[in-house]
Write a protein that binds this ligand. Structure first.
Ligand SMILES: [Zn+2]
Length: 264
């Protein structure tokens, strides 16, 4: 949307692109080899691909800074108060509603935003009910499907990582190669134990309390060494296809039904 003129946005909506999609990213450290804007770039990349595949959506600007308190030990990281983050999303939805979009799909391209988005989803849906259908896409089972894609390449869960590892580095090599410094890529926290599903919630809570630097001094969770643009292209395509599926899915809302059930 931000690369179009207003008549182009208007024409595009008239041609049926009445869904708006946007990512909630982050500006935070991504190790010594990736730019701090990684989650902004990757959110935009996935939204753009998905909108092209689905054909019914326009991409609203990615919300660049996010909830990154656990990265603040590292210079170049920004964090928003959760109330600021939520207010930004509400104002985005209000702007899009005023222009007549019928549906808004919001997704996190930064893990630290996911819990807040999950909690806000029913509140946003209710607040805009009858004007625009707002929903949050929490990436479904994309983690598992990405792991399946990477396993034949010999990339383990520990290498794929959760932050600036093989997965994110490969996608950045595809989308913004000039900003990736592979000569500075080095392993971070990449032991398999750390990434076992039963340990994830605990290690996340540890990072929120003490900071990512206590888990990985270079800021990397994973191992970016050996990342390739080809793997990145496949990973971006997987994510975009999953988001496109969500964009094409019929809305869960019916505008003639009153909302009177309290949100618990
Ligand atoms: Zn990231």
């Amino acid at each position: 949307m931000q690369e179009l003129s207003w008549p182009e946005v208007k024409e595009s909506m008239a041609a049926g692109r009445t869904t708006a999609v946007f990512a909630c990213g982050a500006v935070e450290q991504h190790g010594p080899h990736l730019p701090t804007g990684t989650d902004d770039y990757l959110g935009t990349a996935i939204a753009e691909r998905a909108a092209r595949i689905a054909g019914n959506a326009l991409v609203a600007p990615t919300i660049r800074p996010g909830l990154s308190e656990h990265h603040m030990w590292f210079p170049g990281s920004f964090t928003l108060r959760p109330s600021t983050f939520v207010a930004l999303i509400e104002d985005y939805c209000e702007s899009l509603a005023r222009h007549g979009f019928e549906r808004i799909v919001i997704f996190p391209s930064h893990g630290g935003n996911a819990d807040t988005l999950r909690a806000q989803a029913p509140l946003l849906a209710r607040a805009f009910h009858g004007r625009v259908d707002v929903s949050v896409w929490l990436r479904g089972d994309l983690m598992r499907r990405s792991a399946e894609l990477l396993a034949p390449l010999g990339v383990t869960a520990g290498a794929a990582g959760a932050h600036a590892g093989f997965t994110e580095t490969s996608m950045m090599l595809q989308y913004q190669p000039s900003l990736v410094h592979m000569e500075d890529a080095e392993p971070g926290r990449s032991d398999e134990e750390f990434y076992r599903p039963e340990n994830v919630a605990r290690s996340q809570m540890e990072s929120f309390l003490y900071g990512i630097q206590t888990q990985s001094p270079n800021g990397i969770l994973g191992d970016p060494v050996g990342s390739t643009a080809k793997a990145g292209d496949d990973l971006l395509e997987l994510a975009a296809q999953a988001l496109a599926e969500e964009l094409r899915r019929a809305s869960v809302f019916t505008t003639d039904k009153p909302v009177d059930v309290p949100v618990v």
